[in-house]
Design a protein around this ligand. Structure first.
Ligand code: NAP
Ligand code: MG
Length: 462
């Protein structure tokens, strides 16, 4: 795999300040495929200075021109789509077909949506005797995880650039290669020097330096709740803006009138895709008493089909963590109906697609984010019971409701404490706001709501 041995700062690849490197490992075969530099606070400082210097001119660039650059960026991503898919497959381990469909498809759709939005958004509005200007917040520090490595970069960088902000990105240490490829694409798209900067490195070093840097006006973070809480505290103390996309423990609520087989099969696919490493995955399936046994056998059958097709999880630590949760589920008395804690292959960080039945709401596997291919099937007595179980975690990121008719499903969805709900298998919409209720986060990404996170208002009275 091709890797740069420097940082992308102020429009060029520059040597890193320090000598340390990060080994990039292919989780499917545990081989080291590349090394990238491990950035320090010095690299972060240089990148933030470049972003600050580029800010006034980029903020003053007409939206149509910013839109043209984002459109060009989208076109480069399209032209390099095979390379992107191969890179994500190599460093994340996802099957190539999935990389093409999702890890390439979603970022292209999101970049395209922001090319359109930058051109059409009303950056000025009239309110009575005032003219309200929507101005860019300034320099954005973006910190991203590895699970949808390019999508999460584009979901921050594209709206930031559309708004007129400049950016310093610290991508996940496990997936820096697609971030370097993205920096090349930004360069090829003719985005001016300093508008986008990349510092690869470790979270507690480069990430922390970026989150705490006084030259950063807004920190946008996606990842674990533990780190998000810390970043939120740092930002609060400095009175700077922060957006946090954190974990989830979403419910897939199957009402008795639903098409049970479809709801179960789509639900299992939702949890197993990307090896369960999706913050919005419906990891709790809620089924009525009368259909419970049938749902459990359908889910066990569906999960078994994933055995050969599923990719590894991202690294050895995540593999151990997920297996630890599976063991905990067994210890707490849940019933294994598919998979289990044993590693299914000798090489690679694989976890068997696992399904637990008889999961009770208070169990650890029903409360904590596992981030692996593990589904918990829970039983409810009536709608009130289903609602109480569905809303009974600290999270509120996503969910699903299935019912015989949409009106019934929508009525239930409106009572869920969560940021998005798929009705009878509704499709992902890259223009709909994405983000969490409760401890799933603060702020929204995607579409016009995602764009407004990077803007602040200035009111002129006449
Ligand atoms: P994480 O540590 O929160 O990583 C997210 C990003 O934050 C990475 O770029 C990481 O750098 C960086 N980071 C880590 N510590 C930091 C700090 N002190 N200051 C600033 N930045 C910091 O998540 P993880 O360790 O990769 O995964 C652990 C768990 O988090 C998963 O099992 C899952 O439950 C959850 N998670 C959720 C999402 C989501 O989409 N909501 C995504 C990934 C993980 P490094 O790459 O160097 O750690
Ligand atoms: Mg980490």
């Amino acid at each position: 795999m091709k890797a740069h041995d420097g940082m992308y700062i102020d429009g060029e690849w520059r040597p890193a300040a320090g000598p340390d490197t990060i080994a990039v490992v292919n989780p499917a075969d545990e081989q080291v495929i590349a090394h990238v530099p491990a950035g320090t606070s010095e690299d972060v400082d240089a990148a933030v200075r470049a972003a600050r210097a580029a800010f006034p001119a980029w903020a003053a660039t007409p939206p149509a021109e910013r839109a043209a650059r984002i459109g060009a960026l989208r076109d480069v991503l399209v032209a390099r789509k095979d390379e992107i898919a191969e890179t994500v497959t190599a460093e994340l381990g996802s099957p190539l077909k999935f990389s093409h469909a999702v890890h390439v498809g979603a970022p292209i759709a999101v970049a395209g949506s922001y090319a359109d939005l930058a051109a059409s958004y009303a950056f000025e509005e009239k309110v009575g005797n005032s003219t309200v200007h929507l101005e860019p917040v300034g320099v954005v520090g973006a910190i991203t995880p590895w699970n949808y490595p390019l999508h999460q970069i584009v979901a921050k960088v594209a709206p930031a650039l559309a708004a007129g902000c400049t950016v310093v990105l610290k991508p996940a240490e496990d997936t820096p290669l697609v971030a370097q490829l993205f920096a090349e694409a930004v360069h090829e798209a003719g985005v001016p020097a300093g508008v986008f900067n990349l510092v690869t490195g470790l979270g507690p070093v480069a990430g922390q330096a970026l989150a705490g840097h006084e030259g950063v006006d807004l920190v946008s973070f996606t990842g674990s709740t533990a780190v998000g809480r810390q970043i939120g505290a740092t930002a609060g103390a400095a009175v700077k803006r922060v957006a946090l996309e954190l974990g989830g423990k979403s419910a897939n609520v199957i009402l008795p009138s639903a098409d049970l087989a479809k709801a179960v099969n789509v639900g299992v696919a939702n949890v197993m895709s990307n090896s369960g490493q999706t913050c919005s995955a419906w990891t709790r399936m809620l089924v009525h008493d009368s259909q419970y046994d049938e749902a459990v056998s359908l889910a066990a059958e569906a999960a078994a089909k994933y055995g050969e097709r599923i990719g590894p999880v991202v690294n050895a630590k995540q593999q151990e963590r997920v297996r630890g949760y599976i063991e905990k589920g067994v210890t707490e008395g849940a019933r294994l109906v598919a998979g289990g804690p044993e590693a299914p292959r000798e090489q690679g960080y694989f976890v068997s697609p696992t399904v637990f039945a008889d999961v009770r709401p208070e169990m650890t596997i029903a409360q904590e984010e596992i981030f692996g291919p593990v589904l918990s099937i829970m039983r409810y007595e009536d709608e009130a019971d289903a609602l109480r179980i569905a809303n009974g975690t600290v999270y509120g990121l996503a969910g699903a409701v299935w019912a015989g008719d949409e009106t019934e499903a929508v009525a239930f969805a409106r009572r869920l404490d969560t940021g998005q709900v798929d009705i009878n298998g509704g499709r992902f919409n890259p223009r709909a706001p994405f983000g969490g209720y409760k401890q799933s986060g603060v702020g929204r990404e995607l579409g016009s709501h995602g764009l407004s996170e990077y803007l602040q208002t200035k009111s002129l009275q006449f």
